[in-house]
Design a protein around this ligand. Structure first.
Ligand code: ADP
Ligand code: MG
Length: 863
């Protein structure tokens, strides 16, 4: 047996020789391709190598697969240079010469899946002679590893282009699905073509004439095609090379839009038709005469080329495609194999329903979507279990005396829903497994008071509790509220700000580190910067979707094993919740505190602004307070901020000169923010003009009006949250939505332009208007969120990309809710019967899940 090191040596010698002295010996080294191929095969058949080694070896072999035959010198030089790079890397992997046996660390033992998986045939192949070894032999690496660069018809240049669209391997290429289809299946006799229609014809080329325009900028190829019923001219622009392809006598199919013909004065014509040459070996056509897949095209990647590649890949690898969905499950659900599904999705048969194809809802599509969902749900189930198995090493006293003292001091009684959730939390905190719970509840339902009790449980048991909120303003507000409530219990609260005087910050840090601070409030910076807690026992994360899903991992990485309570008012549609929070336990507060009246929601066009102002004025004059909120989005932050500030000045100077108007936005200094918030709470400010900073958490019970400017620029869920800022007391409250025209057309009225002239209203029936009307008619956050998600898609729904909504190729979170639920059930059933997925029939599934989700979901112990 040769050691890998030895083989690397053997390979390096001739290659180095060939490159020496500026490739002086290029021509002297013969049969290099055959030699490399033989060595690599020998090495591969000897044992199973770790992935990086195997990939490199295969890359080497591919580099030389056609080296001996028809390569020019420059290409050869380049291959040799590439080969040397690979060899050098291999050498570092194999260690110093003679270190046999220690070459590969034990962790490099092959995962069981790849040993038994059907696609690994190389390891058992007899050493083949170089002559019988065709370059396209059965792949020795699984398709998810096989670089697309080495697939038939894909050279290095196009491989780079493919990489840009996320395709690096053969498997990824096959999952690059058509985004629509064209029916070019019906062949029409030329004599029956009608002008203006789209059609496909089949005939023989009679003439082929290449013309150049006067300045030779452009070529025009006219191809006359004849069938038994007539003659048609196909016109190709700037495709002079087709002159050779479409020689007279060639049988072709053309697809395109017809002009002229049928009682017209000239033969029918097709300009820029799709074409396909029909050859003797009667393979089914790819580009016309069938339902044809259309791919997302980018420069250099045409659908035509992609079809050829996909066809090639399917021909070559369809059999090798590993079906990760176990056969029993496929049978149970009536799903085709992965090979069948892939073939159907790329090249659907004639009988498939075209609209279903375009929507991606054919059986084949659903098979693929199911697989994506199954992998995700398995991963989530694994993560769920991991967290369950983790020990926190802390047991809290779920009912310390401090808790009763807190509860005695509360101004109200908890609702039944709040009590239920609290007892779920208490049970978690008592257990020795860490709590990982999502608390979901509509705005204003009273999540904070529940969280407060959890924190008091932690502090009462001798641990620190941290509350993380999305914005500094909110942190400050919580600080003021909570301090008032817990100081009488003898607890110290620290607020960690990013701004403000440095000595305040130093003092807060000291208190956190020494354990002097029992309760710590801040933004997510609390766990990010080098902050040490003395003994962190509980972390409460408010409005979690702003943080992303992997906070727990961050905590663990810092060496903490606290209980985690995540709170969100964003009513998450079921499918999304299953996806994103699939590993959390979920508690729901599903009732509002008693005595709340639903907020009156009214829609105004900008020309009706006066009306809205009058309503606001009436409320404020009656002693209530109001918010006026301006949109602020990242891309136009400066402009938006400017608009809000100017509006505040104008409102104070003109419309509401009689009232006290304040302004609040994220750019204010911490002290200024504090001052404004305090003034608003105390009623010194009556009308608060704000950017979306009030979106979450602000709690001023005397506020009864929420006026939202440019409501069409907000998401429904966001508006719903804003609406939740009012109506917290016993007075009837109003949410006034002002909408400007131009929404959806990418233009944006500036506020100045609107003042003093009748604004354009949103056309009734426009999607923006329909959206806002949904809000008027429903106060159910769940209904609204579903609607929002449907309209805006998951990424935008949460307003943050890095939030990490998984991207799917075939699956669609909104459309395929039922399928997702099905996949979830199957995943849990599977894991019940085979908890670690190590049964032979599940190994493929297991490794596919790990490949796809290990990183993204931070699956720690699965490998
Ligand atoms: P959210 O769930 O949106 O965070 P908060 O915790 O801010 O809601 O509570 C909203 C308001 O309702 C607060 O003013 C809070 O004091 C009040 N509240 C909470 N629970 C009750 C209750 N059981 N009865 C009466 N008022 C309550
Ligand atoms: Mg809140």
């Amino acid at each position: 047996m040769e050691s890998l090191h030895h083989i690397v040596d053997l390979l390096t010698r001739p290659i180095e020789f060939a490159t020496r002295d500026g490739y002086a010996h290029l021509a002297t080294v013969r049969d290099l391709g055959a030699f490399v191929s033989r060595q690599v095969i020998e090495a591969l058949s000897e044992r199973v190598y770790p992935q990086p080694v195997e990939t490199d070896l295969l890359a080497l072999r591919q580099l030389f697969s056609d080296y001996d035959r028809n390569l020019g010198a420059p290409e050869r030089q380049q291959r040799l240079a590439e080969a040397l790079t690979i060899l050098r890397r291999l050498r570092t992997l194999t260690g110093p010469s003679g270190a046999q046996g220690t070459i590969l660390p034990p962790a490099w033992e092959p995962p069981p899946a790849t040993v038994t998986g059907g696609s690994r045939s190389q390891a058992t192949l007899p050493t083949p002679s170089p002559r019988t070894q065709s370059p396209q032999a059965a792949p020795s690496v699984p398709l998810w590893k096989l670089p697309i660069r080495y697939a038939k018809g894909v050279g290095p240049k196009r491989a780079v282009l493919l990489e840009k669209v996320g395709v690096r391997t053969v498997e990824e290429a096959l999952w690059f699905l058509p985004w629509r289809y064209e029916d070019r299946s019906v062949v029409i006799p030329i004599g029956q073509l009608t002008p203006g229609s789209f059609g496909t014809i089949c005939g023989t080329v009679r003439r082929c004439i290449l013309k150049r325009t006067a300045r030779r900028r452009m070529t025009i190829l006219e191809v006359a095609v004849e069938d038994a019923s007539g003659l048609l001219t196909g016109i190709f622009f700037n495709q002079a090379y087709l002159e050779k392809t479409l020689e007279p006598g060639t049988r072709v199919m053309l697809s395109g839009t017809v002009s002229g013909g049928r009682r017209g004065w000239m033969d029918p014509r097709m300009e820029g038709p799709q074409y396909e040459v029909l050859t003797e070996d009667a393979e089914a056509p790819l580009h016309v005469g069938r339902i044809v897949p259309i791919y997302h095209e980018t420069k250099g990647l045409t659908s035509r080329w992609l079809r050829l590649v996909m066809k090639g890949l399917l021909d070559e690898y369809r059999e090798a495609l590993e079906d990760v969905v176990p056969a029993s499950l496929r049978a149970k659900l009536g799903l085709p194999t992965i090979g069948e599904a892939m073939a159907e999705v790329h090249f659907p048969g004639a009988s498939v329903d075209l609209p279903a194809l375009d929507r991606g809802t054919t059986l084949a599509h659903r098979r693929l979507a199911f697989e994506e969902f199954l992998l995700l749900e398995l991963a989530l189930a694994f993560r769920h279990r991991e967290v369950k198995e983790e020990k926190k090493g802390i047991t809290f006293n779920p009912a310390p005396a401090m808790l009763s003292r807190l509860r005695e001091r509360l101004a109200f009684r908890l609702t039944a829903a709040q009590e239920r959730v609290l007892s779920e939390i208490q049970a978690d905190m008592k257990a020795d497994r860490p709590m990982n719970r999502l608390l979901q509840g509509d705005v204003g339902c009273g999540k904070t008071v529940v969280a407060l009790q959890a924190m008091v449980i932690a502090c009462g048991s001798g641990y620190q509790a941290a509350l993380m909120v999305p914005t500094e303003i909110l942190a400050e507000q919580h600080y003021l509220n909570l301090r008032e409530q817990v100081q009488p219990l003898g607890l110290t609260v620290a607020l960690l700000r990013s701004g403000g005087p440095a000595k305040h910050r130093r003092e807060a840090l000291r208190q956190i580190e020494s354990g002097e601070a029992h309760l710590v409030i801040g933004t997510h910076a609390l766990i990010q910067k080098g902050i040490r807690f003395a003994n962190l026992g509980l972390t409460v994360i408010d409005e979690q979707h702003r943080f992303g899903v992997l906070q727990r991992k961050t905590l663990l990485d810092k060496g903490y094993h606290p209980d985690v309570l995540v709170m969100t008012a964003t009513p998450i549609p079921r499918t999304l919740a299953m996806t994103v929070y699939g590993d959390l336990d979920v508690s729901v507060i599903d009732a509002l505190p008693p005595g709340r009246q639903p907020v009156q929601t009214l829609l105004f066009t900008v020309s009706q602004r006066r009306k809205a102002y009058r309503l606001l004025e009436k409320e404020v004059r009656a002693g209530r307070q109001a918010f006026i909120v301006y949109p602020l989005v990242e891309e136009s932050e400066k402009v938006d901020l400017q608009a809000a500030i100017q509006a505040a000045e104008r409102l104070q100077a003109q419309d509401f000169a009689w009232a006290r108007v304040g302004v609040l936005h994220g750019r204010l200094k911490t002290e200024a923010k504090d001052e404004v918030m305090a003034a608003f709470k105390a009623g010194r400010i009556q009308i608060l003009v704000a950017t979306t900073v009030v979106e979450v958490g602000v709690d001023v019970r005397n506020a009864t009006v929420m006026l939202v400017e440019h409501a069409e620029r907000f998401g429904l869920a966001q508006l719903h949250q804003l609406r939740g800022r009012v109506g917290r007391g016993s007075h009837l409250a109003y949410c006034l939505l002002l909408m400007s025209g131009g929404a959806g057309q990418g233009q944006r009225d500036t506020d100045e332009a609107e003042v003093g002239r009748p604004g354009r209203a949103l056309p009734s029936g426009s999607s923006a208007r329909r959206r806002l009307e949904a809000l008027v008619h429903s106060s159910d956050g769940f209904v609204i969120a579903e609607e929002d998600l449907r309209i805006r898609g998951p990424g935008e729904f949460f307003g943050v990309r890095q939030w990490g909504v998984p991207e799917f190729r075939a699956a669609n979170l909104i459309r395929d809710g039922v399928l997702l639920e099905g996949a979830r059930q199957e995943a849990w059933t599977l894991l019940e019967s085979d908890p670690s997925l190590t049964a032979p029939e599940h190994l493929g599934l297991r490794s596919a899940m790990i490949r796809r989700w290990k990183e993204k979901l931070a699956l720690g112990s699965v490998s």
